[in-house]
Design a protein around this ligand. Structure first.
Ligand SMILES: [Zn+2]
Length: 149
């Protein structure tokens, strides 16, 4: 049996995901296209997702609890999951970045509360909901404390 070369040359292959999948996530989690950014590996395949807002406000949010640079350097490979997007947009640093972005006008918290993601938590288990609302409280407190202009 001679099966020498063929399977060896796929070293460039990553765990990219379909652009169609990413588009459906944008519909769900970033309908107004404010934060989600992605990089194409090849036509129709996305290999990296990052957050425009967290990147933009990194210097302001990097002192937040649970701050990490995953969505600033960009998530790749097996981290490209809807679940990670959900976790990101309810994370303390991201909520702050959204608030910085929306510093003029309606309090960001209202926008967040209206977002489908927040509503989709109505079906989530108690513990998650509690955690989420706590995060919102924290964000709201920061806002009231004039953390944000
Ligand atoms: Zn973010």
């Amino acid at each position: 049996m001679s099966s020498s070369a063929s399977s060896k040359k796929s070293k460039r292959q990553t765990n990219g995901i379909k652009l169609a999948t990413v588009s459906s996530w944008i519909q769900k989690y970033d309908k107004n296209k404010t934060w989600l950014d992605y990089e194409l590996e090849t036509a129709g395949i996305v290999n990296k997702i990052s957050c425009k807002l967290c990147t933009k406000y990194e210097n302001k949010i990097n002192g937040s609890r649970n701050f990490n640079r995953a969505f600033i350097v960009g998530t790749t490979g097996s981290a490209l999951k809807a679940d990670n997007l959900r976790k990101h947009i309810i994370s303390d640093p991201h909520i702050k970045a959204v608030q910085y972005e929306n510093k003029i006008g309606i309090p960001a918290i209202d926008i967040i509360r209206k977002a489908p993601i927040f509503q989709s938590f109505s079906g989530a288990e108690e513990e998650t909901r509690e955690r989420v609302s706590k995060l919102f409280d924290i964000a709201y407190t920061c806002k009231r404390g004039n953390f944000i202009f």
